[in-house]
Design a protein around this ligand. Structure first.
Ligand SMILES: [Zn+2]
Length: 438
């Protein structure tokens, strides 16, 4: 039986500063490069089909072309200079005309948290395009006070909403396992959020789902941006439930060794293709039809949906209005910094840079100042959430030498996910070998 150990020593020699031929973890590119237009590095992984994801999975990463420019910047170029947005708006009108209902039923589903992007999407579809959206929300791991307030304000702006909250005990265990196996505690949220809209679309017979921006705007393969449709692999699978992976662990094993039942995981499992027989659900990106501008969405949401920025900047970055509803976001971006050398300020500065709101010099300064900042503000609550004490998890806790996470345990675990091609260890200090400002 595979017990998660308490102590995980690392070998400092592997991380000695002079070593330059260290084998990368996660199948990342061995040579680190930065895009010549933004601040992203070639270490950025593409979106993954999470219910197949495991500790051994090799990452597909963002493509850089011969000119050293990343796919996300190439998509931006198309967005600003090639796409005819008037034509795209016409396409959206045609799509809405096809699906719009006047019989009192919903005609589209808009998933979201009530953050700036989902507020913008749902409101604009209703107010400008005459649609009747049902909004659906996959609950965050731990709401921030301002996230909950924004969620309420969004619904009160005039939209129906289903808030889906998965089994909290199962979710905590999945988050812990995803942390241990992949250093990816945000995974349960990603899986749930992708499943929930198609599932509700089937249940309520609503044939159209709108997501916000296409992930290609952030660096997924350019080809995925040419289509308005979302890849069904993210929410549909033919496999048996027992063969799925959740938290980097086979579902069969979650049932055998961790005290869960299949029903505890029902909301996390992908949808069977048969469920779509004789039914059609079209999943589209609104960002394909309307030119997405993050700051513009913020102003729109503030004006029409009562959206308010957080009272403080988020950990590891400079912003106050992007992804602010889940306390787990702080930890999520810290884990990407450890695994890929890419923290929240890198992701967000790239977004603002590509939108034309800041230049590369400013973006680099923001990365230098904020990237990789330890998420102090909620860390106690987060480690408590990720702990699975014996009294609450009598079976699952046996799989861990130390079920309750303290800062020392978290620090040891963190170090095991530092790829030696990215990190150097010298005089008790960790540092990245390559940074965009060096
Ligand atoms: Zn770029």
């Amino acid at each position: 039986m595979n017990i998660f150990p308490q102590k995980r020593p690392f070998n400092p020699a592997t991380y000695a500063p002079g070593i330059n031929d260290a084998e990368p973890f996660y199948g990342l590119p061995a040579t680190i490069e930065f895009c010549s237009r933004c601040t992203i590095s070639n270490q950025r992984p593409n979106s993954t089909v999470e219910f197949q994801n495991s500790a051994k999975a090799k990452k597909q990463t963002i493509n850089f072309d011969d000119a050293g420019i990343c796919d996300a910047c190439r998509v931006t170029e198309q967005k600003h200079h090639q796409i005819n947005w008037e034509d795209r708006r016409e396409e959206l009108i045609i799509l809405c005309d096809k699906y719009r209902r006047t019989d009192g039923r919903y005609d589209c589903i808009v998933p979201g948290s009530g953050g700036k992007d989902s507020a913008f999407a749902s409101h604009v579809l209703k107010a400008e395009f005459g649609m009747h959206p049902l909004t659906v929300t996959w609950a965050p791991h731990i709401y921030t006070d301002w996230g909950w307030k924004n969620f309420q304000a969004w619904i009160h702006s005039g939209l129906d909403n289903y808030l889906i909250t998965p089994n909290g005990r199962a979710t905590r265990l999945l988050a812990r396992l995803a942390l241990e196996t992949m250093f990816h505690p945000f995974q349960p949220f990603i899986i749930g959020q992708r499943n929930v809209s198609p599932r509700l679309a089937l249940q309520y017979d609503v044939p159209l789902v709108f997501y916000g921006e296409n992930q290609a705007e952030y660096g997924n393969p350019i080809a995925t941006n040419a289509s308005a449709l979302q890849d069904q692999a993210f929410f549909m699978s033919q496999k048996k439930p027992e063969e799925m992976m959740l938290g980097g662990t086979e579902v069969g094993r979650l049932i055998r060794d961790f005290g869960l039942e299949l029903a505890d995981l029902a909301l996390y499992l992908p949808i069977k293709p048969e469920a779509f027989e004789n039914k059609s659900v079209d999943v589209h990106y609104l960002g394909y039809y309307l030119k997405w501008h993050p700051q513009g969405a913020y102003y729109y949401a503030a004006e029409h949906c009562g959206f308010e920025a957080a009272p403080e900047r988020s950990a590891g970055t400079f912003s106050k209005y992007s992804s602010i509803d889940d306390k787990m976001d702080d930890l999520h971006y810290y884990t990407t910094f450890i695994k890929f050398g890419i923290g929240r300020a890198t992701y967000e500065s790239c977004q603002d840079l590509r939108a034309g709101d800041i230049d590369r010099e400013e973006a680099i300064a923001l990365v230098k100042r904020f990237d990789g900042e330890f998420p102090d503000r909620f860390i106690d609550e987060l480690l408590n959430y990720l702990s699975i004490p014996e009294d609450h998890f009598p079976i699952a806790s046996r799989q861990f030498e130390q079920p309750v996470i303290d800062p020392e345990y978290f620090n040891d675990l963190t170090n095991t996910f530092r790829s030696p091609h990215l990190w150097a260890y010298n005089k008790d200090q960790w540092s990245l070998k390559n940074e965009v400002f060096k």
